[in-house]
Write a protein that binds this ligand. Structure first.
Ligand SMILES: CC(C)(COP(=O)(O)OP(=O)(O)OC[C@H]1O[C@@H](n2cnc3c(N)ncnc32)[C@H](O)[C@@H]1OP(=O)(O)O)[C@@H](O)C(=O)NCCC(=O)NCCS
Length: 178
């Protein structure tokens, strides 16, 4: 398929919150069916997620990034910030990265991840990690983009314990130069 590179990567604003919540619920249901219990996926609420994202966009401006297409509107989003586990030697963390199923495999995820790394560098983070459910084939996307296996751990996703893998990028500046 031809790569459409006309999309725009930018920080999210308050008017993007509805699209972010819609894509989040849509991609969770498409991606995690069979990985997370149905009741978790069915119980997701766009309205509740809108509230959560509105808070993040307001109080962490710049940490939430969206990808917008001229005709298709917002097709992906992600957010980042300080890494949560003090025992791991990575200062930044990618918390979410989702591309709507219709827009996958066109380079959107790569650009989004790059923009989140730029944001982390701007905020003084020289390294980053991301947690991915082990059963999620999207983890190979992170391996493809240079993420190094760090460790596996049981984490909670949607309130459920699942086996997850952390992938890390120890030197974001080197990544940018490359
Ligand atoms: C994973 C995801 C973010 C990737 O975004 P995307 O826009 O589809 O990926 P891109 O088109 O930018 O792909 C960039 C490169 O990674 C490769 N790639 C993409 N998905 C891949 C996968 N699942 N396994 C291996 N490689 C993959 C592409 O082939 C491409 O390689 P190339 O540039 O060398 O040709 C997206 O598919 C997605 O949102 N999936 C569902 C939700 C999810 O699981 N998110 C991650 C939660 S932690």
């Amino acid at each position: 398929m031809d790569r459409d590179t006309t999309f725009r990567v930018r920080r999210a604003g308050p008017t993007d919150v509805a699209a972010i919540a819609r894509i989040e619920v849509e991609t969770w249901r498409a991606t995690y069916a069979g990985m997370l219990p149905d009741r978790v996926l069915i119980g997701m609420s766009e309205r509740r997620q809108q509230g959560a994202w509105a808070g993040l966009v307001r109080y962490r401006p710049g940490d939430v990034i969206v990808v917008e297409e001229p005709e298709g509107g917002i097709v992906g989003f992600g957010n980042c910030g300080a890494q949560r586990d003090p025992t791991l030697p990575y200062s930044g963390e990618i918390f979410t990265l989702y591309v709507t199923p219709d827009a996958q495999n066109r380079g959107v995820g790569r650009h989004l991840l790059g923009a989140l790394f730029e944001r982390l560098l701007y905020k003084g983070n020289s390294s980053a990690l991301i947690w991915v459910i082990r059963a999620n084939p999207s983890r190979f996307f992170y391996e493809h983009l240079g993420g190094k296996f760090i460790l596996t751990r049981r984490i909670r996703v949607g309130g459920e314990p699942v086996e997850a893998i952390a992938y890390g990028w120890p030197d974001l500046s080197a990544l940018r130069r490359a």
